[in-house]
Design a protein around this ligand. Structure first.
Ligand SMILES: [Ca+2]
Length: 133
């Protein structure tokens, strides 16, 4: 009887360890940031599928990489390459933000060039008026 107790305890320990350390093989192919349950599931516990998880279940990998599962404007391949979650529409590559930053930078530089040019012209006109009375 005592032997059964030890065997059951040992079996439970091994089974618990295996369950806690089990991760699907496909996770090995994902970048580190995406090696988590929420890449495909709605919760950290793995309940329910997000849009990427549903598509992952229903189509082949080459087709899956060419679509935008979460509808955030970036195809899954780009999201995986950039390390953003292809199943979360609020997580996407910062390309949109960079575009906005570039536009703001161009506007600020253009304004500085315009103000500098205007200052030089006004300075030139003022000096010319002083010379000619
Ligand atoms: Ca996304």
């Amino acid at each position: 009887m005592k032997n059964y107790g030890i065997k059951i305890l040992l079996f439970s320990f091994v089974l618990s360890y295996a369950i806690l350390n089990s991760r699907p093989l496909y996770l090995k192919e994902l970048p580190p940031k995406l090696k988590k349950c929420r890449t495909c599931h709605l919760t950290r516990g793995g309940k329910g599928f997000n849009p990427f998880g549903r598509d992952f279940e229903n189509m082949k990998m080459d087709k899956l990489m060419e679509i935008d599962s979460d509808g955030d404007g970036f195809i899954n391949k780009i999201e995986i390459e950039k390390g953003t979650n292809p199943g979360d529409p609020s997580d996407y590559p910062a390309k949109k933000k960079k575009g906005l930053v570039n536009i703001l930078t161009i506007l600020i530089l253009s304004s500085l060039i315009f103000i500098t040019s205007l200052t030089i012209v006004l300075f030139y006109i003022k000096n010319r008026e002083e010379k000619h009375g």
